[in-house]
Design a protein around this ligand. Sequence first.
Ligand code: ZN
Length: 202
Amino acid sequence: MKIICVGRNYVDHAKELNNPVPTEPLLFMKPSTALLNNNKPFYHPEWSENIHYEAEVVLRICKNGKYIQPEFADTYFDQVSLGIDFTARDIQDRCKAKGHPWEIAKAFDHSAVIGPFISKLEIDPSSIHFQLERNGQVVQDGQTRDMIFSFADLIVYMSQRFTLQVGDFIYTGTPAGVGKVEIGDELVGRLEGREMFRIQVK
Ligand code: ZN
C-alpha cells in the first residue's frame, strides 16, 4: 500500500507558513513504514528540533483506479479516519531552501498517525469537523468544507499520475494551527466529536 499526502489544501494553513495558495494539488508520499496506529507512542526523532503535528482527514481507497472520472471519484473511497502527518519542519525548511525533495522531513518512520476507520456512510464526507488537542488545548479545528481541493478533485488528480489501489491511504491536508510537539505531550484527535487517537510523545 501507499500513502499519498496533500500539502497546502487549506488556505489558512498555506498562509500561516507563508506559502502561496496552490492552483493544483501539491502531492508527496509516505511509505507503509511511516504508519503509527493503535495509539502507540510517538518517539521523537533525535535528528530534528522542530517536529510539527498536522491533523488530517484520511481516506481509505476501496477500488483500484487509474484516470478516475470526476463523477465516479467519490465511489473510490469507503472509509475515513483522522491522522497526523508529522513533519520535521526544520529539515523541510532546509530542503526547501536548497530546492531538494522533502522525503526525509515527511516520510520517516511513524510520521503517519492513523486512527480507526469509520464508514463514510456514517458521516457526511463533504462536511467533516475535526480537531486536534495538544495537552488538553484545541490547537487545530478543521472542516473539510474549507478544503481547496475536494476529496473527488484529489482522487481524480492523483489517479492521473499514480494508480490508486485498494488499501491506499490519502492524507487530505491540514488546517491552520500546526505547531511543535515536545516530549511529554499528549495529542488527541477527534472527528465529528469521536476520539480517533490519543498519542503520547516520548
Ligand atoms: Zn500535511
